[in-house]
Design a protein around this ligand. Structure first.
Ligand SMILES: [Zn+2]
Ligand SMILES: [Zn+2]
Length: 100
């Protein structure tokens, strides 16, 4: 195969650039390394991916916050735990008094 950028002929596997469709050697397979005419769109794709990722993360965060807000604080559960704890404390207190 022959590299479209450096014209070097080698028997290694050709790398086909998915942005410009050219065939390149391993040194020039990256768009940055062969002055790829599709590089601008490549950057746009990366930019879109990044922006899409940020938007997606923000949406997920928003959904999570909404899910928590929809459930409301677990005050009733907390109060129940507190009551149970107090009862156990009293039982232990009376048992200790009784045993001593
Ligand atoms: Zn090359
Ligand atoms: Zn290219």
């Amino acid at each position: 195969m022959r590299c479209d950028y450096c014209q070097k002929v080698s028997d290694e596997l050709p790398y086909k650039c998915k942005f410009c469709g050219g065939t390149f050697c391993s040194d020039h397979r990256l768009p940055e390394n062969h002055d790829c005419i599709g590089l601008e769109s490549y950057k746009d794709v990366k930019h879109e991916e990044f922006r899409g990722g940020v938007v997606r993360a923000a949406k997920e965060y928003d959904a999570k916050v909404k899910a928590y807000a929809g459930r409301g604080p677990d005050f009733r559960k907390l109060a129940l735990y507190a009551v149970v704890l107090i009862i156990i404390a009293f039982i232990v207190y009376y048992l200790a008094k009784f045993l001593m």
